[in-house]
Design a protein. Structure first.
Length: 91
């Protein structure tokens, strides 16, 4: 029990996942807007760990059936891969 609320494992895990998503967004913005190289490097390390933790949380939720996603069809996957490839090639 947290405070006066009885939260289920699913609700707690969902909140943790949401916090990781928010943290990743905030860290990305900080990295993009920072001019200090050491701060950028430190934040990139924290972002990497945040993304790794988010994936672990997502995997647990998915395995328990708490986070359902639809599988993309092959055409959509191919199109997304092509977009990423074009972006990568232009960098």
């Amino acid at each position: 029990m947290i405070g006066n609320y009885n939260l289920s494992d699913k609700e707690i895990t969902n909140e943790i996942l949401g916090n990781h998503k928010l943290s990743a967004t905030s860290l990305t913005n900080l990295i993009l807007e920072s001019t200090n190289n050491q701060l950028r490097t430190d934040c990139m390390d924290v972002l990497k760990r945040t993304l790794e933790n988010q994936k672990q949380i997502f995997d647990v939720m998915s395995q328990k059936g708490w986070y359902k996603v639809s599988n993309a069809n092959q055409q959509d996957l191919s199109q997304a891969q092509q977009v990423v490839s074009n972006i990568t090639a232009s960098i």
